[in-house]
Design a protein around this ligand. Sequence first.
Ligand SMILES: NC(=O)C1=CN([C@@H]2O[C@H](COP(=O)(O)OP(=O)(O)OC[C@H]3O[C@@H](n4cnc5c(N)ncnc54)[C@H](OP(=O)(O)O)[C@@H]3O)[C@@H](O)[C@H]2O)C=CC1
Ligand SMILES: CC(=O)C(=O)O
Ligand SMILES: [Mg+2]
Length: 423
Amino acid sequence: MMDANKQAALDYHAKPIPGKLSVELTKPTVTARDLALAYSPGVAEPVREIAREAENAYRYTGKGNLVAVISDGTAILGLGNLGPLASKPVMEGKGVLFKCFAGINSVDIEVDAESPQAFIDTVARIADTWGGINLEDIKAPECFKIEKALIDRCSIPVFHDDQHGTAIVTAAGMLNALDIADKRIEDVKIVCMGAGAAAIACMRLLVSCGASKENLVMLDRRGVIHTDRDGINEYKAEFARNTNMRTLDDAIDGADVFIGLSGPGLLSAEQVKKMARDPVIFACTNPDPEIHPAVAREARPDVIMATGRSDYPNQVNNVLGFPFIFRGALDVRATRINETMKLAAVHALKDLAREPVPQEVLDAYERTEMSFGREYIIPTPVDIRLLDRVSSAVAQAAVDSGVARKPYPAHYPLKTINDVYGA
Ligand SMILES: NC(=O)C1=CN([C@@H]2O[C@H](COP(=O)(O)OP(=O)(O)OC[C@H]3O[C@@H](n4cnc5c(N)ncnc54)[C@H](OP(=O)(O)O)[C@@H]3O)[C@@H](O)[C@H]2O)C=CC1
Ligand SMILES: CC(=O)C(=O)O
Ligand SMILES: [Mg+2]
C-alpha cells in the first residue's frame, strides 16, 4: 500500500477510539427500577426460563441475532499464519460487515490453540452462546476437519467463510462472467492457483454448478497437482489431474479462466497473453491480487477481471455472502447451512447483478453508470437489495430443505437493517 494510504488505514483503525466496533444497549438502564429489571433481582426470571427450556435463550437474550467470528489466525487474508492476535482487525472487520449490511451483532474471538483439536474443543464449549459461528482465516487442510467436527458437535450453523462464502460469491460471479464471454461452464478450461480453504471450496462449488474436473487444473506452491505427485492431502487429491502439465506456464496456455486464491503477484502479463479469448481472471488474493487489473487489461483488453478488493470494479469477496447468508439462516433458526442454501445464495447474487443498479450504489462508487457487463458482473456490497434477495433465498432454501426450526419469516422481505427484528 502507498505510504499515504497505509497511514490512512492505520489512523482509521486507531482514531478517534481504537478498533471498529462497540457494544450498544437495547434496554433502558437509567432508574433503580430499570436496574432491578436488567440485573438483580429481575435477571433471575429469564435465567429460570432458560434453565427450564433452552429455546427461551432466543426469547430473552441476544443469542438469536449474535454470531461469533472465530479465528486461529493461521491464514489471515493472503498474509499467512501471523497468529490469533494479528487476525483481530480482520475479525472485527467481519463484525462490522455483519452489522452494517445485515444488522447482525457479532463478537470476534481469536483462539490461541496448540492443535486443531484444542481449537475444536474451545469453540464447541462456547457454541451454545451464539446464534451461529463464522469461522474465519483458518488454514487448510486443518480448516476442513475443524469445520466438520464443529458442525457435528453444534446445533447452530457453523460456516467457514473462506470456504463457502468465497465459493458462493465466486460461483455467482463466474456464471455471469462466462455468460458475458458467451462460454458454457461445462466447456471452460479453468486454472485455480491455490489449493487451500478457499480454492478447494470454490472448485467444489463450480463443479456443482457444471464445471468439469477434466477441464480444471489446480496448483499449489509445488506446481500442478497431478496424479503422479506424492504427498498430496486428500483435499488436493480430489482435484489431481492425470496430466503432463507441471507449471502455471503449462496450465495457463489456452485457459478460459484463472482463479487466484493463493498469493500476490503470481500471474504475469505474459501468462495472461496466452489465455483463450475473453479470458476471465478472478485474482482474489487479499490484499494484493495475483495480478493487478491494469496489468491484466493491458496484456488483454478483452479480459473480464475481478479482484477481492473494494477499490476495483467486480469485487469477488465473501462480504457479498456471509452477512446475508447468516441473516437468512438465523431468521429461520436453521441448524446448519447446507448445499441447497448455498446454491440459493449463488443464484440470488447472480440474478441481482442483472437488474438496474440503484442510485445509492452509483453514488457510493462515484460512478454515473453501472450495468451488467464486463465491469459489473456481481453486485456491490453496499447494495441494500442484497439483504432482501440473498437472505430471503437462503431462508426459503432452509425451510424447503428441512433444516429450519422456524417457518419462513413473516416480516420478510427486509428492506433495511431496521427491519431485522420485525414489527
Ligand atoms: N476474495 C475473497 O473473498 C477471498 C480471498 N481469499 C484469499 O485466498 C487466499 C488463500 O486463502 P485461504 O484459502 O484461506 O488460505 P489457505 O492457507 O487455506 O490456502 C492457501 C493456498 O494458497 C497456496 N499458495 C500460497 N502461496 C502460493 C504460491 N506462491 N504459489 C502457489 N500457491 C500458493 C497454498 O499452497 P500450499 O498448499 O502449497 O501451501 C495453499 O494451497 C488468500 O490470499 C486470501 O486472501 C480467501 C478467502 C476469501
Ligand atoms: C476476504 C477474506 O475472507 C480473505 O481474504 O481471507
Ligand atoms: Mg478470510
